[in-house]
Design a protein around this ligand. Structure first.
Ligand code: HXC
Length: 514
């Protein structure tokens, strides 16, 4: 064997030897896979190629030496996921708490650049105590380099962050700039400042879980889009999400053929929406009858649950679904649901995914809390995202469609391409109760039997005002359709809209109502 080849082999062996049994054991005891196990699980077998495996950590100060693991606590590289090219990095909590030093960051930056230049998605597996303290300012600057690339890549390539351990300090801001965040329940948490700092500065005591655990971010803040109970299921979720996304903004999502008939008629759809509009139902029942069988992937499932956002396929084509959920707050829009839907629309639009809106919405949730909580701006965000989106946009009004919510939820006026209504649709400025109270206040006060008069006026309002046929005649909706035929209608419209071109005036960028 010649000398140079021997040296090559020795170096390779040393690199592999860093992973002792103890190394694996430490991470497994925490209920987590190691960085390399995660990478192997995520990528198709034997497709992952590591970059910069041998880079040693930088020099440090503060009497604290960097641990001498080649690779500086992060695995970076590229490979195939379900046959498609993806870049990834996985932080190694076993090496200085997965903290981000300058070499560690430079490795991430290198694959961020490659992912962008090759139009490939990038997945970050985060398990990190944030900026590496002993590297001082260098590690802060290094985060800046990553954040800059997150922003420049936004809307160009899908960026997915997976929180699989701590994400503290700087470690939360890169995920926050990406398109989707996964969290692994019980082993992951995210916060800008941790419990120790909070105790010191504010003298408040809070646990890691209560401050930034998966339930906090999956339910309360909505920062996490997906929560799974362990590493394996979280990574399976990432693979599933990627299947709905194109590799970049110049491509369409992959068409995944299936044998669910396009023309499948569903008579059950005629009966799910109760005639009594005070009664609720689960809009998921409707969605699941419309979309390709077994193809449903909800985003933000436990946050702002009066609206549903989900990926699915119809006729094999990926679609983004936005549906009011009458089961929760009667489907009313509030500040959180408006932002949740706005963000989802924006992501769908950037990645050429058509948007289908299922509407049953009584209006915006009234209240001081909502007004003080900036519902004006948050509601405007939803409106803004719909108008800004140039992908095909189809609306089906299932039942209530009142006031501002009618306009905001992809009405014809703001740019809906095809707007349909079911016979159960109630479209008007407001619901019968509000309308009668305003217009017939004096008559009701003077009536011998106000309840009977109200009942009569309610029926008259439904017959003459709040029905789909007026909107149909005025062209504000394209057709009142048989609910059973909705699937075929939507898929046909998607085909027609494949050729849609929607050019806008040139500008640097619009100003989203933040
Ligand atoms: C260097 C770090 C580190 C860090 C952890 N370690 N965080 N080393 N820099 N930021 C090291 C520890 O010293 C320890 O080394 C090993 O990683 C494991 O950490 P433990 O504390 O033993 O683990 P655990 O008890 O599980 O606690 C994990 C943790 C905690 C919650 C993440 O380590 C922690 O609070 N770290 C600091 C988090 C933080 O405040 N980061 C913000 C940095 S400032 P040994 O040798 O003992 O095994 C920042 C600013 C950027 O990021 C802002 C941009 C907007």
């Amino acid at each position: 064997m010649n000398k140079s080849y021997q040296r090559f082999l020795e170096r390779k062996t040393n690199r592999l030897a860093q992973y002792s049994a103890e190394y694996y054991e430490k991470q497994h005891q925490r209920g987590k896979l190691t960085a390399s196990e995660r990478i192997n699980f995520l990528f198709d077998k034997d497709t992952f190629e590591e970059t910069d495996a041998f880079n040693p950590p930088a020099n440090t100060s503060f009497g604290k030496k960097n641990v001498d693991y080649p690779g500086d606590g992060v695995i970076t590289g590229f490979g195939k996921i379900n046959g498609r090219q993806v870049f990834a990095f996985a932080q190694d909590f076993n090496v200085m708490g997965g903290s981000l030093g300058s070499v560690h960051a430079a490795k991430i930056v290198k694959i961020q650049d490659l992912a962008l230049q090759t139009g490939s998605p990038i997945v970050g597996l985060i398990d990190s105590g944030g900026a590496r303290i002993q590297e001082g300012i260098s590690s802060l600057e290094a985060y800046g380099n990553i954040f800059k690339r997150n922003v420049i890549s936004s809307g160009v390539i899908p960026q997915i962050s997976v929180i699989m351990g701590p994400a503290a300090g700087g470690a939360v801001y890169s995920p926050a700039l990406t398109d989707f965040i996964f969290m692994t329940a019980s082993t992951s948490y995210m916060f800008v400042t941790g419990p120790n700092v909070i105790k010191e500065v504010l003298n408040e005591t809070v646990s890691v879980e209560d401050l930034g655990g998966a339930s906090v971010h999956g339910e309360r803040t909505g920062v996490a889009d997906f929560v799974y109970n362990d590493d394996e299921n979280t990574l399976l979720g990432v693979k599933k999400l990627l299947s709905y996304l194109p590799s970049n903004n110049l491509e369409n999502p992959p068409l995944i053929e299936n044998n669910d008939p396009i023309q499948r008629s569903e008579e059950r759809l005629r009966d799910i929406v109760p005639e009594d509009s005070d009664k609720s139902y689960d809009v998921r029942e409707i969605i699941k009858l419309l979309v390709d069988k077994e193809d449903y992937f909800e985003v933000g499932e436990n946050h702002a649950t009066s609206i549903i956002t989900a990926f699915s396929r119809m006729g094999g084509q990926a679609v983004g679904l936005i549906a009011n959920q009458p089961k929760v707050m009667a489907g009313a829009l509030d500040k959180k649901s408006a932002v949740k839907a706005a963000r989802f629309i924006s992501i769908c639009d950037s990645f050429n995914i058509p948007i289908i809106t299922l509407q049953d919405v009584p209006g915006f949730l009234p209240g001081v809390n909502q007004e003080y909580g900036k519902i004006i701006r948050h509601g405007a965000k939803l409106l803004y995202s719909y108008v800004e989106a140039t992908v095909p946009k189809i609306t089906v009004i299932l039942r209530k469609s009142y006031g501002g919510a009618y306009i905001v939820m992809n009405s014809k006026g703001i740019g809906g391409d095809f707007n349909f209504a079911w016979p159960t649709a109630e479209i008007a400025v407001m619901g019968p109760d509000g309308a009668i109270a305003i217009l017939y206040r004096k008559d009701l006060a003077a009536a011998e039997n106000p309840a009977a008069l109200k009942k009569e006026l309610t029926q008259k309002y439904r017959d003459e005002v709040a029905n789909p046929y007026i909107a149909d005649e005025k062209g504000f909706i394209d057709e009142v359709i048989d609910p059973a035929e909705t699937r075929a209608k939507i898929i046909n419209c998607l085909k027609v809209l494949k050729r849609k071109v929607d050019l806008r005036p040139k500008r640097k960028h619009g100003n989203v109502p933040y």
